[in-house]
Design a protein around this ligand. Structure first.
Ligand SMILES: [Zn+2]
Length: 209
């Protein structure tokens, strides 16, 4: 079992390799690795990330087959099936680190802000389910001066949305709460920059769990 702090360090180092164009994961994509993993997996981190095509978790953290248990959904929102997926991996594989990975210029956050400012008719029920989960974390920002600065509004909205997902995972599941209290499970947020390729971890990533 890889302790949470060590797992976080691995992700930081992998991301630095990626951002500096020194990717090293090729042996971890090899046929031998694939064959070895057929017997079982022990992913060292769980990533709940956005579906955005520019933010594939394995690539931006320079990891290979079997390293990351990845859940991707537009806007890195937390609905019951996401909580269940995290519970499953944390309980079954003893994975001790969960990262909610949002990113700059997230389209789902932008779409939610647009929807709040100018509601569309006939929005699909399914799309609405995503917007409704992002809405509470960005709604308050529209009541401030930020509404005049779209770039900053989106930036803060992305962060608020990541924090909301972290919070939901930390407090919205008895299984995860127990693992946090007794087994050293760590749930942290991270923001990937489309511009630099770097992930900035925040929201409790520094202090001990
Ligand atoms: Zn996104």
């Amino acid at each position: 079992m890889v302790p949470a702090r060590e797992a976080l360090q691995r992700l930081r180092e992998g991301n630095l390799r990626f951002a500096s164009n020194e990717r090293g994961s090729d042996p971890f994509l090899s046929q031998a690795r694939r064959v070895a993993l057929a017997a079982g997996q022990r992913p060292f981190a769980i990533i709940l990330g956005c579906s955005d095509s520019r933010v594939p978790a394995e690539l931006v953290f320079d990891q290979g087959l079997g390293d990351l248990f990845v859940i991707r959904v537009a806007g890195n929102i937390v609905a019951p099936s996401q909580v269940g997926s995290v519970e499953f991996a944390a309980a079954r594989f003893d994975t001790r680190l969960v990262v909610v990975l949002g990113h700059s210029q997230c389209g789902a956050v932008v779409a939610t802000l647009e929807e709040l400012q100018r509601p569309t008719e006939n929005q699909s029920r399914n799309l609405r389910a995503i917007v409704d989960r992002i809405r509470p974390s960005v709604e308050g920002l529209l009541g401030t001066d930020l509404r005049r600065n779209l770039e900053e509004l989106v930036r803060q909205g992305v962060r608020a949305n990541i924090r909301a997902s972290v919070d939901h995972l930390r407090h919205g599941s008895e299984v995860l709460e127990q693992l946090i209290q007794n087994e050293g499970l760590l749930v942290v947020g991270g923001e990937y920059s489309l511009e630099t390729g770097l992930v900035e971890f925040f929201d409790g990533a520094r202090e001990p769990s």
